[in-house]
Every structure is written in C-alpha cells, then in structure tokens.
Design a protein around this ligand. Structure first.
Ligand code: DX5
Ligand code: ZN
Length: 221
C-alpha cells in the first residue's frame, strides 16, 4: 500500500533518557518526520517524564518539528512556556483543562499547531465542538501514561468516528494515532483515517528502525 501522506512521529519516550540528544539524532537518521515528546506530570498520569527545559534543549539540536503531547493537568498554565521553548505541535487532553477552547486558541494565536487528545474512555461527542479550533486530533490507541502497551482494538472505531465527524464538519485536518502501533497493525489505523503515526517501542526496539519507519509508512508491502 502506497501512501506518501503518512507522517511518522517516533516517540522519544522509548529513547535513552540519559542521552536524549542521541535519541533525537537517531529519529532524524531513521527518517522520522517529527519527534514525539511525551510530557507527563505524575498527576494526570502516574508517570513523570520531562517538561519545558527538555523541549528547549531538544530544539537546539534539531530542525525536525517537535510534536509535544501534554499528559498534564491544567495544560493552560504551561502553554506559553512550551511555545517559547520551541514546540511546533502541542496536543493536550481536554478533560484535564479548565479552558480547552481558550487553550487551543492561545496555541494557534502563537502560530503553533494545536490539538486535543482522546483517551480510550473519553467520548468524542463531549469535545467535538472543539474540532474547528484544532489543527490535529490525536486518538490514543492505549491509555496515556507509558510506552510499550498493547493496542486497544476498540480505538479503531474511535478513529473512524473522529474521521466521520471531521468530514461532516468539512475539516481537513490530520488524525494522529498514539500507542501500541507497530508494523502489523499500522494499515488498520491508516485505513480508518489516521495519517500521523506515533511509534515508540516498535521503532526504538526494532533491529532495523529505518526499515520499520519505512514499513510504518506503508511503503513496503
Ligand atoms: C503513551 C505515550 C506514547 C508512547 C507510545 O502514553 O503517549 O506516545 O510513547 O509508545 P508505544 O509506541 O511504545 O506504545
Ligand atoms: Zn504520546
């Protein structure tokens, strides 16, 4: 299956936290289109990862777009600083925000791509009114919080549901899928409408990450 529109966003969460510069360089060498940065606060999700200083440091090392996925409560408190640090895309979980609309608008106003993220248990209908203010919609294939989890098959229908609503609203914006994506299931998510593919463990643990990224694009049969 050939689809040159597909973009791959390898997740640095699966990289070596003592050597993020190398992880980022690898993502470039392997042919990633952007670098997915998972920010976790230990409150919205159990894990803690990194914050703005890491984004600022990564920014100095790459021209690749930094795709920042915020798994934090009240993301509105940190948006300006993430933007100043060099984020190109900022997605957040709307149920974690006191003002998701204002947050999306603030991101966009500053020329950064904005988006909301759906965990598997969050109804699309609850937040679809925000779609006109999004540049991306991210659908989780697992519960946000850690890498290496198994893809939840039911989330395929969520991708289709989001795609249907975006089409109805005549919004031509990409759907990003995050969690549990590997060579074996990527075609299914692409068929349902996803076009930005986040992949952490399947890329970083691959014996040939370059080849894996090629396959995740659907370029290799
Ligand atoms: C999970 C993160 C994902 C994670 C994906 O909460 O949002 O971005 O890095 O990792 P894999 O691809 O291993 O499921
Ligand atoms: Zn993520």
């Amino acid at each position: 299956m050939k689809n040159t529109e597909i973009k791959i966003s390898p997740s640095l969460l699966s990289g070596d936290f003592a050597d993020m510069a190398s992880a980022l360089k690898s993502v470039e060498e392997w042919g990633g289109d952007m670098a997915h940065c998972d920010v976790m606060d230990g409150v919205f999700v159990k894990n803690l990862t990194f914050g703005m200083p890491m984004i600022k440091a990564l920014r100095k090392r790459t021209k690749l777009p930094l795709d920042v996925h915020l798994m934090i409560i009240e993301p509105e408190r940190y948006i300006d600083e993430f933007i100043q640090s060099g984020a190109d895309i900022i997605t957040f979980h709307p149920e974690a925000s006191k003002d998701p609309l204002g947050t999306l608008q603030n991101i966009r106003r500053q020329g950064v791509k904005s988006g909301i993220v759906f965990n598997p248990d969050i109804e699309v209908n609850r937040f679809k009114h925000l779609f006109p203010h999004c540049d991306i919609v991210l659908v989780m294939g697992v519960y946000a919080g850690r890498g290496g989890q198994k893809f939840i098959e039911d989330t395929l229908e969520k991708i289709a549901e989001v795609k249907g609503i975006l089409d109805e609203m005549k919004l031509d914006i990409p759907i990003e899928i995050d969690g549990g994506i590997k060579e074996e299931n990527v075609d299914k998510v692409i068929q349902k409408g996803a076009s930005i593919i986040v992949a952490g463990s399947s890329v970083f643990a691959s014996p040939n990450p370059k080849e894996t990224i090629k396959r995740l694009r659907g370029l290799t049969p």
